[in-house]
Design a protein around this ligand. Structure first.
Ligand code: KIV
Length: 271
């Protein structure tokens, strides 16, 4: 029997047991009540209220503009819907960047106001003091290394990270530092599969990949991408499980036609 099927509520402890047993962890984003409810009922292990809400919900080009208040709004909506999955909320750009007390205050606001289970924070050594402070306050933290979208203006490109030895070595060192600091898991984004596998082997905590190959302990995707709602975003790592854009446009088109043709509402659809 898998840990996944036995448990009523996913906790950080359950996730570490899943890694021990070699059971893969499935994680998806959600940003609102209705979608989170469906995703939770479908058996997902972790729901990430990602700052990708900045892109897919608010229409921004990067994740940078989303605010702490907006992340709290999304987190609160998701938490209300979820009965089983672990809910993790992203700390948005600028809220965890080298001032541990400020970072702790932002982290406490998210935890208190949303009721989420944990936070995700982009970055390694440079913000390790902030991360330690947050974990010391009793808040579970998931790290995020590799491609870090909040640093896009530093990289200047969304291409694969850590292909060269120096960056790969820094990523491994950062991952170990995050584990030592007490992170319960780490996300690795868009790095070579071999590096993802190495990090997952060297760490005791679960390593969740997005474009980090199959050798890690679990996978995460943005729900709008995997359902085919977003159409313009097609990285190699993305598998689309549906073409919801076509379904939605088809249904809306039919509704428009019916209204124009006066066939909606019919006799049975009125009082
Ligand atoms: O914000 C987000 O959706 C993320 C995932 C891509 C891991 O950080």
């Amino acid at each position: 029997m898998s840990v996944h099927k036995e448990i009523k509520r996913v906790t950080t402890h359950v996730l570490s047991e899943m890694k021990l047993r070699g059971e893969k962890i499935a994680m998806l984003t959600a940003y609102d009540y209705s979608m989170a409810k469906l995703v939770d009922q479908a058996g997902i292990d972790i729901i990430l209220v990602g700052d990708s809400a900045s892109n897919v919900m608010a229409g921004n080009i990067t994740t940078l503009p989303i605010t702490l208040d907006q992340m709290i709004y999304h987190g609160t909506s998701v938490v209300k819907a979820v009965n089983r999955a672990l809910v993790v909320v992203d700390m948005p750009f600028g809220t965890c960047s080298g001032n541990p007390l400020e970072s702790l205050n932002a982290a406490i606001r998210i935890m208190k106001e949303t009721g989420a289970d944990a936070l995700k924070i982009e970055g390694g050594k440079e913000i390790i003091t902030d991360i330690r402070k947050i974990i010391d306050a009793g808040i579970p933290v998931m790290g995020h290394l590799g491609l870090m979208p909040q640093s896009i203006n530093k990289y200047g490109t969304y291409t694969v990270r850590a292909k060269e030895n120096e960056e790969a070595k820094k990523l491994i060192d950062d991952a170990k530092l995050l584990e030592e600091a007490g992170c319960f898991a780490i996300v690795l984004e868009k790095i070579p599969a071999a590096l993802g596998k190495t990090v997952a082997k060297e760490l005791r905590i679960p390593v969740i990949g997005i474009g980090a190959g199959g050798g890690v302990d679990g996978q995460v995707l943005v729900i709008h991408d995997m359902l085919g709602i977003t159409q313009e975003f097609s990285p190699r790592f993305l598998r689309r499980y549906h073409n919801l854009a076509a379904e939605i446009k088809g249904a809306v088109g039919n509704y428009v036609q019916d209204v124009k043709a006066r066939s909606f509402p019919n006799e049975n659809e009125q009082y």
